[in-house]
Design a binder for this molecule. Structure first.
Ligand code: GLN
Length: 229
């Protein structure tokens, strides 16, 4: 178990909780957890001279793990939100993301407004879930995993799924008969969450991110996992 002390010391462990069901940001390849976030965290750990330890858990357990000091940096395609900022700090954003709508290929839903009155699937505890209330007369179905929401769509149990853009693209590629609606639902930022009191680590992470941005390493990592269109 890494303590906060260990994490802020040179050469200590940098414990990163994530949820490895969110391709291309984090997913399993054999017994390895790979993806954009895993690579970025590895590059940060290298900058800080620390050993990266990735821990796979439920998405909605990550903030508690960081807040309690059991883990150091939550890196999980995590969107910066007002609610989360009450309990944890966020690093500078490392990527711009979006929530998008997945529908069946023959669906007439072509804009976010067209979701009114529909049955919509979300992944429990994610930002997509947060927007559920904003959709008029919608029936909301919550699923533990993103891909379970997508399965429900394939089976006709929901009319649409709202989920992050890059995972959406992967899910649509892996499942026949689905498409991503062109118009995005929202635009948002992903950042790394860190315990409120761990301001020293926050600064180090931001410095490392800036270095990786300048050197082109961040873009290189993203390009490795996301095909340019
Ligand atoms: N970006 C979304 C959020 O922060 C989903 C992240 C995830 O499922 N890994 O809630």
């Amino acid at each position: 178990v890494a303590t906060e002390e260990a994490a802020t010391e040179e050469g200590g462990q940098l414990v990163m909780p994530t949820n490895a069901e969110f391709p291309p940001y984090e997913y399993r390849e054999g017994d390895q957890i790979v993806g954009i976030d895993a690579d970025i965290a590895a590059a940060i750990a290298e900058e800080l001279g620390m050993e990266l330890v990735i821990e796979d858990m439920q998405f909605d357990s990550i903030i508690a793990a960081v807040q309690s000091g059991k883990a150091d940096i939550g890196v999980a395609g995590m969107t910066v939100t007002e609610d989360r900022l009450v309990t944890v700090n966020f690093s500078d954003p490392y990527t711009q993301a979006a929530q998008v709508i997945i529908v069946k290929t023959d669906s007439e839903i072509a804009t976010p407004d067209a979701l009114a009155g529909k049955t919509i699937g979300f992944q429990l505890g994610t930002t997509g879930d947060l927007y559920a209330e904003d959709i008029e007369d919608a029936t909301i179905e919550r699923y533990n995993k993103g891909f379970e929401a997508v399965q429900a769509l394939t089976q006709g149990k929901v009319d649409a799924v709202i989920i992050d853009r890059e995972p959406a693209k992967v899910f649509v590629e892996q499942n026949e008969g689905l498409k991503v609606v062109d118009e995005e639902f929202t635009v948002e930022d992903y950042a790394i969450c860190i315990a409120k009191e761990n301001t020293e680590l926050l600064e180090k992470i931001n410095t490392a991110l800036a270095t990786l941005q300048e050197s082109g390493k961040l873009d290189e990592i993203k390009a490795k996992y996301i095909n340019a269109e």
